[in-house]
Design a protein around this ligand. Sequence first.
Ligand SMILES: Cc1ncc(COP(=O)(O)O)c(C=O)c1O
Length: 374
Amino acid sequence: MQIDMIKHMERIARKDPSIISLGQGIPAGGADKCIHDSVVAAMRQENVDQYSDPQGIVLLRSTIAQATANEGMTYTEDETIVTSGAIEAINVALHFAVTNLRKKVIIPTPTYSAYFNAVSLSGGVVSELACVPSSEWDIDLGQLESLTDESTAAVLLSNPNNPTGTCYSRQTLEAIAEIAQKAGALVIVDEVYRHMLYDTKYYSLAESRQYKKDILRVTSFSKDFNMTGWRVGYIQADSSRVDALLKVHDTLVNCTSVVSQYAGVAALEKQHEIVKTNLAVLRHKRKMMSGYLGTLSSVISYQLPSAGYFFFVNLHGRSDKKVADDLLKRGVVVVPGSAFGAAGAGYLRLCFGREYTAIEIGMKKIVEYFRETA
Ligand SMILES: Cc1ncc(COP(=O)(O)O)c(C=O)c1O
């Protein structure tokens, strides 16, 4: 197993301050001051020095249950497990699916690169369902049906998708759930970008209650609240699944950092305000990056993402690894599309959630590179 390509590229950037990174999805700036203030207060008033219940503090789980109910999903605090970021929740879900069910995990690609190692770690086997840009990277249900069989443990979805920004329709999601249910498999839905939406509607499969037993819903505080360093997220599932999931979570981390759990409570209390402010900034940055990319229309192409904070750029036949290497030599880190699965080969992922200066300097270098090598 190799370290995930996104982190590999970001580590290169971290070692040399002159390198600009448009690589890892790290939202610029820090968490809202109210989150820091309430953590300081919690450190004085609450017991943050000792383990919490492995499932998470009741205050956070009940706040999460309320926030998810406001979005049309019904998970009680007892159906919510607080995890160390979404990535731990994904590992918990996969471990549960692979050890209790079967081995095959179907992943529509391109998708979040860290899924591949997570499946291997759980003892599972990845089966890639390659999506194509001509259908806006939507999932081919016929293909999904033919891949799904008695060896399938789960379908793992990033919705909205990282790196393409695609949001799957209710129809597609429910058809996926039907296919999985028929085979006795689960659907693991990772929704870390569900609030980063630009002029598009979002439907969560978790709103379709008839599939609740077979859905494991994962999300995080990292992206919405600029809290990637706090390592707090959660998994939600039907009550019949919780004990088994909790055993995996307890085995991996015992409980999520308690001080981070209090940060999560503060974040959710100001969720609407924080998400709205962040979204306005992201919308502006999306326009800015698109402005630079638009000057290169004779050599590359891209779709304006309707969700998330990535551009997934078509290199028109060039090797993504070579272009990423060339750009690194010019001091810019980007992620080669093949990191997101075979279907991503020939693409580059650029993050527009990064600092304004990084976008400005990085994009100037990228434009210069493509002009010189056209
Ligand atoms: C689709 C997706 N899922 C999960 C994660 C990990 O999130 P967390 O920081 O909550 O572990 C990321 C991070 O980039 C992501 O893009």
